[in-house]
Design a binder for this molecule. Structure first.
Ligand code: SF4
Ligand code: SF4
Length: 114
C-alpha cells in the first residue's frame, strides 16, 4: 500500500529535458548574491521558480555552510529570491539592471533560442 502511494507521488514529476537550453529573452534584472553577507541558510532556494540558486562549489570558501550563488544564464530576474532574503533573512541579494550586470561582471547573458 505504502509502495503504491510512493509511486503515485513520483508519477507527477516530469522527466528531465534531453538537452539544456538557454532562455530566449534577456531579463531586465539579474539577481546577484553578496556572498560575504549570505549566511548560506538556503531559505531563498525553494522559492526560485526556475531553480537556479545553488550553493557555491566546495573549495572557494573554507567554511561549513557556504553561501549560495545564482546560475546567471538561467535566472529570469523575477526578484522573488531578493524579496525572500530581505523579508525573511539577511538582505544578501541585489537585483541589478541587466546592462549594469553585464558591464560589471563582463558576462553576456545569452539570448539564443533552444
Ligand atoms: S536567503 Fe539570503 S542569506 Fe539565505 S541563502 Fe539565500 S541569499 Fe543567502
Ligand atoms: S530573480 Fe527569480 S529566477 Fe532569478 S534567482 Fe531570484 S528567484 Fe530565481
Amino acid at each position: 500500500m505504502a509502495k503504491r502511494r510512493r509511486a503515485e507521488f513520483y508519477r507527477s514529476i516530469p522527466e528531465l529535458p534531453k538537452a539544456m537550453q538557454t532562455k530566449k529573452r534577456k531579463p531586465k534584472l539579474m539577481a546577484v548574491v553578496d556572498e560575504d553577507n549570505c549566511t548560506g541558510c538556503q531559505v531563498c532556494v525553494p522559492f526560485c521558480p526556475v531553480d537556479c540558486i545553488s550553493t557555491v562549489a566546495g573549495g572557494k570558501y573554507d567554511i561549513p555552510i557556504p553561501p549560495v550563488q545564482i546560475r546567471f544564464n538561467e535566472c529570469i530576474g523575477c526578484q522573488i529570491c531578493a524579496r525572500v532574503c530581505t523579508q525573511l533573512t539577511w538582505d544578501a541579494i541585489r537585483m541589478l539592471p541587466i546592462a549594469e550586470f553585464e558591464k560589471t561582471y563582463q558576462i553576456t547573458i545569452g539570448q539564443t533560442a533552444g
